[in-house]
Write a protein that binds this ligand. Structure first.
Ligand code: ZN
Ligand code: ZN
Length: 99
């Protein structure tokens, strides 16, 4: 058993995020796993770490919760059809970090 504590949160707009050791990262819609860089038919791609289905590059990003780095989270929410990316990012961070 890992001792790493991972907190997960699903936004009202349906995206899944996890938080562990100061880093927030998106989880794939198919398996709610993290994404990783790989190759699909010899082309660099972002794939689900659990089932290797290609996913949006949005799922390959992660970042800390420090304010200057929050923009990536807003960007990923905006690309996920979130109606309120900024408010959703703040809520997500609040939920994940308990801050
Ligand atoms: Zn949202
Ligand atoms: Zn998957």
């Amino acid at each position: 058993m890992s001792t790493t504590h991972v907190v997960t949160h699903t936004t009202v707009c349906g995206l899944h995020f996890a938080y562990s050791e100061g880093t927030i990262y998106p989880l794939t819609p198919c398996c709610q796993a993290s994404a990783t860089g790989s190759f699909v038919q010899d082309t660099p791609a972002t794939v689900c770490r659990a089932c290797y289905t290609p996913v949006s590059p949005v799922y390959g990003v992660s970042g800390t919760t420090r304010p200057p780095q929050v923009s990536w989270l807003v960007d990923s929410l905006a690309q996920g059809d979130c109606p309120d990316p900024v408010g959703c990012a703040v809520h997500t961070i609040w939920h994940l970090t308990g801050a």
